[in-house]
Design a protein around this ligand. Sequence first.
Ligand code: FES
Ligand code: FES
Length: 856
Amino acid sequence: MYLLNINGKEYEVAHDKRLLDYLRDDLALKAAKDGCSEGACGTCTILADGKKVKACVQNLSRFEGKKIITVEGIAPAEMKIYEHCFALAGAVQCGFCIPGMIIAAKSLLDTNLNPTRDDVKLAIKGNLCRCTGYKKIEDAILMSAEYLREGKSIPSEPDTLHMNERAKRIDAAEKIYGKGLFADDIDVPKMLYAKCVYSAYPRARIDKIDLSKAILHPDCVEILLKDDVPCNKIGHIKQDWDVLLGEGDITRYIGNALAIVASSKKDSLEDVCALVQVSYTELKPITSPYEALRGDAPLIHEDGNIMSRANLVRGNADEAIKNSKYVVTRKYKTSWQEHGFMEPECAVAMPEGEDGLLIYTSSQSIYDVQRECSKMLQIPSEKVHVRASLVGGGFGGKEDMSVQQYAALMAWYTKKPVKVKYSRQESLNYHVKRHPMEMEFTTACDENGILTAMKGVIIADTGAYASLGGPVLHRACTHAAGPYNYQNIDIFGMSVYTNNVVSGAFRGFGVSQSCFATEMNINLLAEMAGIDPWEMRYRNAIRPGQVLPNGQTADANTNMVACLEAVKDIYYSNPYAGIACGFKNSGTGMGKKDIGRVLLSVNQGRIHIRTSASCMGQGIGQMVRTEICHVTGLNPDLFLFEPADTIRTPDAGTSTASRQTVMTGEAARQAGEKLRLELKEGKTLQDIEGMEFSGEFSAKTDPLGAEKENPISHISYSYGTQVIILNEEGRITKAVSSFDVGTPVNISSVEGQIEGGMIMGIGYGVTEEFKCIDGYPQSRFGTIGFMRSTDIPGLEVILCEPVEEDKLPYSLGAKGCGELCMIPTAPACAHAYYRFDGKFRQSLPLDDTYYRKGIK
Ligand code: FES
Ligand code: FES
């Protein structure tokens, strides 16, 4: 028997177990999160006798006689201060790390109310945040110290909300208190726990799956095999992804599920899975696209190893290159990148009604989950009701199904609630990654450094399944020539199946890769032409009315030049400053369906915001509320943001392609306009009780290869320049972004996206490495190289809005910024190191730098 004191209450516990499990499962104290179970992320941090402890790696027997405090146990007055400061500073994005951050803050501020920023960095060093870049969390803690030190009272909230202001987000409080529900926070009585048995080999014939021992385990409730799946092929775009593989099949990667096992007890689930015995005939995996393209290569999928092709030709690149004064050809190579969202994938499914299913999940679109699960079960989509839980980061990695289909399948068969959750290592091994690409680019310019042409070949490794590999390849190609004014281009791309980990959507969506190649070539051309790299970019930067390399005419809201001008002094005043430019579409575009929807309903004097647009941390609720408040002048306090729900909220498409701020933002503006007109004649909300106001916006664009002189590939683009500054040791000391993302909806949120994106981009460029050798992922969460608070450089964000009359005529002038923020970062890092040591690096992550010393 163990005696524990938790949040001031005494508990007697008979059996020893992990403290985190006891807090979350037995006491339903859900603020401490399980982000890794490995002691690496800090989301489980609690206080024991005033000291920070990671509750995932210690058993409760070690806490006898100690006073344990979780966020739920912090005094309300103190929590009010954290709530105010974290929300005001814009420190909360997905929120999964935030309760752990608050505990880390409290551990510091309980003994030091005059901390320096370095003290704060040290205090939160053990807590990873993948969204924010830490700066705003540090600001929040410093602000909290000031409030506590000076006894400041919390000011009342403003009663108006407009675009281009700093405002607290609508979802901040529930995340700060840890009360908002992530999927793993959901417990249902008599819930089963399920997990898949995965292939031991990237490529092998499955000879036998023997369940005889597993089904004898007393906790085993059900084991399902391939033959139990009504439709075994699903997939986000191309339906090539096997739900389960069976005897006689050949595995395609290490993440192929062979059986799904349900246990009545969470603790015994692994044991039951271990009793499923699989015999294989191991086969040699195909681990490079070039191997896969050989004529004698075994087919990974029946329709061949080439998953997708893209070809973008405009003007006459060969002729222009031949006639150009300077020409450079280089090969570049980029590697996988792990999203590293703090919340591992989780879904809870349960029967609903007579023959329906309810699924709670962390996903980038509940309608995608509905579509894929109903297809798998071969039941009408309206029988699959999907509700969004909070999403603890996504960055593109939660567009594909991961655990949802397995929770749905097991719940469908057992007619019981089922939770399926990836362990952190399963998440690393099985979910999609950023595509590795090999690129050969030729870029040319005239004697004045004016770009004339580029020609490129891109080979992408899409791994075992298509995922979003087709659109990623397209975007890599359409953005490959950069945000510059030249029109002779010839780009060919291929995305190829291998037996590697699957590649899919990731913030930057192919553009991060091709931007690296183009920007590096531009640095070489600048050198050949005797022009400095800033000037070279300035001469070529796309200006309104000019034609982008992909053929689209740049709109009036194209402020690339201002972005360059904003960093001119910073760049010139630092000897080891690297520079790069980038651009990124807002919206899916390319002639594809691209619809945003919002429904407002007036209910008991409050306005319910209903949209399925998934918030993975970027702030959808606040974006929609701001557009509506701006239009109507209503008090922001009147709004409630409902969780996405296939019954309650209209389909706003996937949160991808930096699209929601424009598509759903414009839909919100339209709905707000209808609400404003209704209230115009002096009516109150009571007068319009029960009324609904809908907004829908659909962007019309042209497909790739459209027979038009100037096709409109995307409704808008954001533009930006980044500068990375190194010190004498080669350490990155400052990262600056000057971005045209239109009118900021919420300045704090935009800055937060950009700051977090820069850190993710630095990770991609210099510190992170996801290794997959011979088809086997090798990386652990704690050693991938995610930057911690003490590693980050100074961050500066400069917003270069177009002037009012030039702004995008939708969504009150706002454009997407969620992806652009990390696109130019890696090439800016590479350029900085080139200036630092003269080594021209052609692969990512960059070798032999301060961060990866000696690696060549
Ligand atoms: S869950 Fe404990 S450190 Fe990650
Ligand atoms: S807000 Fe920190 S991980 Fe998302």
